[in-house]
Design a protein around this ligand. Structure first.
Ligand code: PLP
Length: 382
């Protein structure tokens, strides 16, 4: 029985094109792009090509692309770096309660330094109300950070609207877009953001490679200092092989995006409809919000998620409970709490996240197996 992987929001394996882009730069082409000799210049050319390709996808300038060591690091650079650089103007930041911990804990760090922070609530579908956002901006607000799509629910925030409000008020806007490359267009002019974070392993690129878009003229204080690489914003010899793979995977993801959204969106919708039909008490979260086409968060009443996950795993199906980014923790998720799922129900929520390789036959099998596993865990015969 071949395995069925429905945990693409946690991570994706690298695609062939990305591995092919990486291999030559790991071996004979593996030199330091800051070196002046021919080997170094060749590595620099590979780095420049990758930067230009990423900038092309984002509608940005190559100078605005900063490579980092993860999505979390990009977020830390954006939140801590932009806030600290603007600290003389004001010391207030705005975010929302359903952000990834990379954002929430960076905001905690600022608070520990004496900043104040507003964590906006979300509605029952996980969305921030633009009017509430506007009302939260104060004369001393220097930065707002609201994720483009939520990793647990897939909800897509109205970032273009929020960023426009922030800009009118002279507030910098960062968005954590880590979950989005296979599903959404990422043009930074359309989005109107000043800072945008990505992570390679969410779109079939490498783990341990992130990127921060920094709009020209946005003051950002480096958080890792040293040799001054990445326009002085992130020191450390660049992971040229990983960066080349990141760029290749991003270009591929965006090239395939329209087709993937239609194909996988139809599979996801059929999956949800069948689970609702076949599993008594099942409920899909956040259905009234725009959602990423590959994400499905389902509450199964009266069943602990860990028992379901084990049952599914034994059947060859990989999914996750809430967010796997929280290091395997099965604590009730802060996101589910924020949309009003009671803690008892939140313990029975699974996230199924589909990817470009998800096939109809796989979903047919998952649709058959889930009702059986839920019934087993509930202790009733199907
Ligand atoms: N932001 C979101 C929305 C995520 O889903 C993740 C997942 O890990 C991250 C940030 C962190 O990215 P990384 O694992 O590359 O640090």
């Amino acid at each position: 029985m071949s395995r069925i992987y429905l945990d693409c929001a946690a991570t994706t394996p690298m695609r062939e094109e990305a591995i092919a882009a990486m291999l030559p730069l790991l071996g004979a082409g593996g030199y330091n792009p800051s070196s002046l000799h021919a080997e170094g210049r060749a590595a620099r050319a590979a780095l420049d090509d990758a930067r230009a390709a990423v900038a092309g996808v984002l509608g940005a300038r190559p100078r605005e692309v900063v490579f980092t060591g993860s999505g979390s690091e990009s977020i830390a650079l954006a939140v801590l770096g932009a806030a600290r650089a603007a600290g003389a103007r004001g010391r207030h930041v705005v975010t929302c309660v359903t952000e990834h911990h990379a954002v929430l804990h960076a905001v905690d760090v600022l608070e520990a330094e004496g900043w104040s922070a507003t964590r906006l609530p979300v509605d029952a579908d996980g969305l921030v109300d633009p009017a509430v956002f506007a009302a939260a901006l104060r004369p001393d607000t220097v930065l707002a950070t609201i994720m483009l799509a939520n990793n647990e629910l897939g909800t897509i925030a109205p970032v273009a609207d929020l960023a426009a409000i922030a800009r009118r008020r002279g507030v910098l806007f960062h968005t954590d877009a880590v979950q989005t490359p296979p599903w959404l267009a990422l043009d930074v002019e359309t989005l109107g953001v000043d800072l945008l974070s990505l992570s390679g392993h969410k779109f079939y690129g490498p783990k341990g490679v992130g990127m921060l878009y920094v709009r020209s003229g946005t003051p950002v204080a480096a958080q890792v200092v040293g040799g001054g690489q990445e326009h002085g914003l992130r020191s450390g010899t660049e992971n040229v092989a990983g960066i080349a793979a990141f760029a290749t995977a991003l270009v591929c993801a965006q090239r395939e995006r329209a087709e993937t959204v239609v194909r996988i969106g139809a599979l996801r919708d059929r999956f949800e409809a069948e689970i609702l039909r076949r599993v008594p008490g099942a409920r899909v979260n956040a259905t009234r919000a725009p959602r990423l086409a590959g994400t499905s968060s389902i509450a199964f009443a009266q069943v602990p998620a860990d028992a379901l996950l084990i049952g599914l795993d034994l059947e060859g199906i990989a999914a996750s409970a809430g967010s796997a980014c929280a290091a395997g923790s099965l604590e009730p998720s802060h996101v589910l709490g924020a949309i009003g799922v009671p803690p008892g129900d939140a313990r029975g929520v699974l996230r199924f996240s589909f990817g470009r390789t998800t096939r109809e036959l796989e979903i047919e099998r998952v649709i058959r197996v889930i009702p059986e596993v839920v019934a087993q865990v509930r202790g009733v015969a199907v």
